[in-house]
Write a protein that binds this ligand. Structure first.
Ligand SMILES: Nc1ncnc2c1ncn2[C@@H]1O[C@H](COP(=O)(O)OP(=O)(O)O)[C@@H](O)[C@H]1O
Ligand SMILES: [Mg+2]
Length: 164
């Protein structure tokens, strides 16, 4: 088991804030795998991350696009593998160029391609309550990278401050 911690958020803005803080701290060549059901907030988190990387455009999850690239201080490649039927299909996308390049890669529905995620990937699992419209989320961050310690501290402080 990888070390992990939880961040409790209560609005889309707070999820976005966590993503933004991650975008400011994440080192080049990192891969982030996002898991959690439809509507959890994986794309919201990715928007925040893009903002933290200094990207002006807002990532979204277009229906038939598996990967989109965004240019910032560091390039972001945003994968959404929801529609892929197999990990083998993912191998045809040429993902290695991005995972092992010097930009940041974010993969929504990362559980579908667990086998090809690099061992040092950060896994972010977003859980949400079953009541429709509830805005609380539990963001579980898993990984052994050292920078995650400063991410945890900064995010906890920022969430506390935003609740005041
Ligand atoms: N705390 C929260 N964090 C993220 N999204 C939230 C939160 N509360 C409500 N939402 C809503 O849930 C939806 C999440 O959508 P999205 O990020 O596209 O999910 P996913 O990519 O995981 O399918 C958005 O409509 C957002 O406004
Ligand atoms: Mg999405």
């Amino acid at each position: 088991m990888e070390p992990s911690f939880l961040l409790e958020v209560s609005s889309p803005e707070q999820t976005m804030l966590c993503g933004e803080i991650m975008g400011k701290l994440i080192p080049r060549s990192s891969v982030v795998g996002l898991t959690g059901d439809l509507g959890a907030g994986k794309t919201v988190f990715t928007k925040g991350l893009a903002r933290g990387l200094g990207i002006d455009q807002e990532p979204n999850s277009p229906t038939f696009v598996i990967m989109s690239c965004y240019e910032g201080s560091v390039p972001l490649s945003h994968f959404d593998v929801y529609r892929l039927s197999s990990g083998a299909e993912f191998e045809d996308t040429g993902y290695e160029e991005f995972f092992y390049g010097d930009g940041i890669s974010v993969v929504e529905w990362a559980d579908k391609i667990r086998d090809v995620l690099p061992p040092n990937a950060v896994i972010i699992d977003i859980q949400f309550p079953s009541d429709v419209g509830a805005e609380s989320r539990t963001i579980k961050v898993e990984g052994k990278e050292k920078w995650l310690l400063s991410f945890r501290n900064t995010a906890e402080q920022a969430l506390l401050a935003s609740r005041r």
